[in-house]
Design a protein around this ligand. Structure first.
Ligand code: HPA
Ligand code: ZN
Length: 390
């Protein structure tokens, strides 16, 4: 089995993807036409040509401009379904989607419209692909804490539809502690809490996110490597890091993937995961992130299995949904050994356990691994997504 097939076969969770960052230029132009919104670029090609970023802020300026094409609940639903179609093709069984309500409410789009659309897309993905999902509402850290509280107030009637909150946007000079009271309130409300920290910001921001915001996962976190004590703490406490290697290259956090510190973090014992961040802007969805990182850093298949398993363990699903996936991850790795003994024992194991797996997957959760029977439908879906017609 080649590396691409192996990566696709691993059941995995995507824990760091901004749904607005999955807006491909083709869909951006189709939606802009549908909604009579003017974009700052003349064509799809000119848009892609503009994706030459020098840092996080240079990306965010374009990303917020592109998000202007999203107006109706149908737009958000189409966007989510297009993402899930690609994610399913990459072996994603569960995704926790970030969304930026303030980017939309600032343009007069009610938060309920955004949520209605995203939920519709999530539900269609569950029915069509068996993918489960969670919605994580991010506060923009370049805005004030008071504006964050106003967004939380708008979200209150819809709180059961949101599973957690996050913190994103410009990191420089925007310390997590600025949002201490807001995150305390979100924790009181029973929401999961995560935050971007240590993407461009210093290790001190990761420490603040842990100690002040009391986050359960750190998004990015690669700059933890600059502080040996923090590295030891993250390893000891097994706080998951949602690393996004291709994003880090596009935003010049590292010069090349070969220079990325992902393997250093993994070898230090951290619970690292691989994610796509804003794949429409950074040149690759989750499987491309796994494959390209593996090639650049010589990650083994055992490493990749560990990373996929980390993603399932670090997700906000309950254990009942998680257990069958973890088992399937082990099976995928076992089969990929390709040695005679491995094949023999795998076959024996499969014969003994297949009825049990099927029973578990069918009765306890609908969140199963990609189904082989839907491959033809999958390629039709993907072709439509790539052509911008889905
Ligand atoms: N970092 C911070 N904010 C973001 C990002 C990111 O990579 N993507 C979208 N919003
Ligand atoms: Zn991000």
């Amino acid at each position: 089995m080649d590396l691409e097939d192996y990566v696709h076969s691993l059941p995995k969770a995507e824990l760091h993807v901004h749904i607005e960052g999955t807006l491909e230029p083709e869909m951006m132009f189709a939606l802009a036409r549908r909604n009579a919104v003017a974009l700052p670029w003349a064509s799809v090609e000119a848009t892609r040509a503009a994706y030459a970023f020098t840092d996080l802020q240079s990306f965010l300026d374009l990303y917020y401009a592109g998000a202007a094409a999203l107006v109706t609940a149908q737009d958000f639903s189409d966007l989510a379904l297009a993402y899930f179609t690609r994610a399913h093709a990459d072996g994603v069984v569960h995704a926790e989607l970030f969304f930026d309500p303030q980017t939309h409410t600032a343009r007069g789009i009610p938060l309920a419209t955004v949520l209605d659309g995203l939920e519709q897309g999530c539900e269609q993905a569950r029915v069509r692909f068996g993918i489960t999902s969670r919605l994580i509402m991010c506060f923009l850290r370049h805005l004030s804490e008071a504006e964050g509280f106003a967004t939380l107030a708008e979200a209150m009637p819809a709180l059961t539809r949101i599973h957690g909150v996050g913190l994103d946007s410009s990191e420089r000079d925007q310390p997590p502690a600025k949002f201490a009271r807001l995150f305390a309130r979100c924790r009181e409300l029973g929401l999961h809490v995560v935050a971007h920290a240590g993407e461009e910001g210093p290790p001190a921001y990761i420490i603040e996110a842990l100690d002040v915001l009391r986050v359960e996962r750190i998004d990015h976190g690669v700059r933890a490597a600059d502080d040996p004590a923090l590295l030891a703490r993250l390893a000891r406490e097994q706080t998951p890091l949602t690393v996004c290697p291709l994003s880090n290259i596009k935003l010049c956090v590292f010069r090349t993937l070969a220079e990325h510190n992902f393997k250093q973090l993994m070898d230090a014992g951290l619970k690292v995961t691989i994610n796509s961040d804003d794949p429409a802007y950074f040149g690759g969805y989750i499987a491309a992130n796994y494959v390209e990182t593996a090639r650049a850093l010589n990650l083994t298949r055992v490493d990749l299995k560990r990373i996929a398993r980390n993603s399932l363990e670090a997700s906000f699903v309950d254990d009942e949904a998680r257990e069958p996936w973890c088992f399937l991850t082990c099976l995928a790795a076992f089969f990929s050994l390709g040695v005679i003994a491995g094949c023999f024992f795998s076959s024996l194991l499969l014969c003994l356990t297949l009825p049990m797996i099927l029973l578990l997957v069918n009765t306890r959760t609908c969140a199963c691994a990609p189904s082989i029977g839907s491959r033809a439908q999958d390629s039709r879906d993907l072709a439509q997504v790539r052509a911008g017609t889905l």
